[in-house]
Design a protein around this ligand. Structure first.
Ligand code: NAD
Length: 357
């Protein structure tokens, strides 16, 4: 997999290996989330950062953002206590700072707005710090809004209507995005079932009256819509998926791009994850870099419905998959640089440098 820049460094305070991948800065400085996770081997973390940074390039390009794709990963060998966690974050911040604005970090799996605040002690190249500190805080709400926008386009294509009343929806991963989605869909009259590996999250779902299903049963359960909102690598070659429509925020849902063809051949409409999950980054960068108002930024997120519809129409007209059409759109944008959502406004934190000129 080609990547523009990969820096792997052992932190001087913590001794923990942290890394940043800049997959592409063709459209602007690379943005991505900072993943904080225990990995069996450093090589697994490197694989993750490379794949995730490539997905961010596609995500930004399709969403019309004036940013490139990047990702950063903290490769833990065990879950740290609070003091060690702070040292690790400061080490990671030093690494981000060394890229001089070529990579901007937000939260990802294992990190949140409070962690971004720690990073900001050492580098300004951070977004999503808590609102009381001038950022936009958690992006999970806008991410859910974007998933719902893509879902409406998908539902019209599959069911002829985007009404969710009495539709059976299974959400894999009752985390922060999953909970937003479950709440919104239940409010629209959907019959919502959730799955999670964390018993506490399942109990929380039960208290809200949502149905529950074991994680290993998620793919086979009869439902109208399956929403992957947990982890990547959900669908491999020959995956049996009972729901006719799959759309969700989890990054890198396919073990391989070719699986999109398998799903299509089985009559499953899979909306590319990097399209459906773009709401968070569209909103956050719209507010923090584009200086849009809350309403204007949400409008950009809602526009993911039109983007998805265009991709589905093109796939249907050309006999291709939505993934093939999304890739073509990303490629066209990366080549021409056209259609940027926020002109060339940069986050104030980003100092002019070679990547920005
Ligand atoms: N939060 C965002 O703004 C955002 C933006 C883009 C993409 N995403 C992606 O969407 C997904 C969900 O994000 P989130 O912020 O809600 O994360 P989260 O960590 O809050 O929630 C994930 C949930 O999935 C559960 N889980 C883990 N493995 C599971 C499994 N095998 N089966 C079922 N449940 C499992 C976890 O216990 C947790 O409750 C992640 O893949 C994330 O990378 C999130």
């Amino acid at each position: 997999m080609s990547v523009q820049e990969l820096i792997v460094r052992r932190g001087r305070r913590s001794g923990v290996t942290t890394m940043v991948a800049v997959h592409s800065s063709a459209l602007g400085p690379a943005v991505g989330g900072c993943r904080f996770k225990v990995y069996p081997r450093v090589h697994d973390a490197i694989d993750d950062v490379l794949r995730l940074s490539a997905a961010m390039t596609r995500k930004c390009a399709v969403a019309g953002l004036d940013f490139g794709g990047g990702k950063s990963v903290v490769a833990l060998d065990s879950v740290p206590g609070p003091e060690r966690r702070r040292d690790i974050l400061l080490d990671h911040a030093d690494l981000i700072e060394s890229l001089d604005g070529g990579y901007l970090a937000g939260p990802d799996v294992g990190t949140g707005p409070e962690d971004m605040l720690v990073l900001r002690e050492r580098t300004p190249h951070v977004f999503c710090v808590p609102e009381e500190h001038g950022g936009t805080g958690s992006s999970s709400g806008p991410t859910a809004v974007g998933v719902l926008a893509a879902l409406r386009a998908g539902a019209r294509a599959v069911f002829g209507s985007d009404g969710m009343k009495d539709r059976k929806v299974v959400i894999s991963g009752y985390g922060s995005v999953g909970e937003h989605l479950a709440t919104a869909l239940a409010a629209q009259g959907a019959d919502v079932t959730v799955s999670d590996v964390d018993e506490r999250r399942l109990r929380a779902a039960a208290e809200r009256g949502f149905g529950r299903v074991r994680p290993e049963q998620v793919l086979g359960i009869e439902a109208d819509v399956l929403i992957p909102a947990a982890i990547g690598g959900v669908f491999g070659p020959g995956a049996e998926v009972a729901a006719p429509l799959v759309v969700g925020p989890a990054n890198n849902q396919l073990t391989d791009d070719a699986v999109a063809d398998d799903l299509a051949a089985r009559g499953v409409l899979w909306i590319p994850d990097f399209v459906a999950s773009a709401g968070g980054v569209v909103y956050t960068l719209g507010r923090e870099a584009g200086k849009l108002t809350h309403e204007q930024a949400l409008d950009r997120v809602e526009a993911l419905e039109a983007t998805t519809r265009r991709l589905l129409d093109a796939a249907s007209a050309n006999g291709t998959t939505p993934l093939a059409e999304a890739d073509a759109l990303a490629e066209a944008r990366l080549t021409s640089g056209a259609g940027a959502a926020f002109g060339h406004t940069r986050p104030e934190s980003v100092r002019p440098g070679p990547l920005l000129s």
